[in-house]
Write a protein that binds this ligand. Structure first.
Ligand code: GLP
Length: 238
């Protein structure tokens, strides 16, 4: 795992984009693993700006997102489907038919997503990290062997996401469908971004702590090509 400490979130976005650009320019039909949350928004803005400048195209790219809430429609304002359209897809030339997010609440839904992903190979997987070390929605305690599955969200995660639901924890979905840890680890390259002091404990445990299912992101120590961009605040406990 390579950690690069940047002075602020702006630099994190710019540096992370250099890695993304390298993948897409070298492989115009790259498969991108994408993430939601506030962390990757700066990176997505850089992708959009460079696309608008005419420097890169996503017309042959396809994408697979990490996760989605269970129990809200795809067109809900806070669904991850809506997030991805608003933050990225609607501003670049990616073919909407080539974008994929998991959806549903049954094992069959999980198996279908896993199957679709096993037919391709993710060239670069973007990740954020939860304050409790979750990646995707793989909460502490998730098996490192897990594939796409349905999860019960932990209190801390519901609390963190309440800001998107009028600050009301009751409105936050309590379940989600997520790629598993084993699904994520299959990506050829992993690009994790984390900013702010709230992520400092999780970043330190991910990098220096024991590899344990209690800290899902710690498994990334075992990935052959994982690059992490953090700002000084998120790096403060390294
Ligand atoms: N499912 C997402 C994760 O993929 C994301 O990494 C995490 C951190 O979010 P943020 O980047 O807003 O701190 O939030 C959610 O739980």
């Amino acid at each position: 795992m390579k950690i690069i400490v940047c002075k602020d979130s702006n630099e994190v976005a710019k540096k992370a984009y250099e890695v993304m650009k390298d993948v897409v320019v070298n492989k115009p039909n790259a498969v991108l693993g994408l993430a939601t949350g506030s962390s990757p928004i700066g990176l997505y803005n850089e992708m959009i700006a460079d696309y608008k400048a005419g420097n890169v195209s996503y017309k042959d790219v396809s994408s697979f997102n990490l996760d989605e809430y269970v129990g809200i429609p795809k067109d809900h304002p806070e669904s991850y489907e809506t997030f991805m359209h608003k933050q990225l897809f609607d501003h670049i030339d990616i073919n909407p038919a080539n974008t994929h997010l998991p959806y549903g609440d049954t094992q069959a839904d999980c198996d279908a997503y896993e199957k679709a992903m096993s037919d391709v190979s993710v060239d670069i997987q973007v990740l954020g990290i939860g304050r409790n070390g979750h990646i995707g929605f793989n909460e502490p305690g998730t098996s490192f062997d897990s594939l796409t599955h349905i999860v019960d969200l932990q209190e801390k995660t519901i609390e963190d996401n309440a800001r998107f639901f009028d600050g009301n924890m009751d409105l936050v979905p309590k379940k989600a469908i997520t790629m598993g840890i084993a699904t994520i680890m299959k990506a050829k390259k992993i690009l994790l971004v984390a900013t702010g002091e709230g992520k400092a404990d999780a970043v330190a445990a991910m990098k220096n702590g024991p590899i344990t299912e209690d800290m899902p992101a710690s498994i990334l120590q075992k990935h052959d090509d994982c690059v992490v961009f953090v700002d000084e605040a998120a790096a403060s406990k390294l």
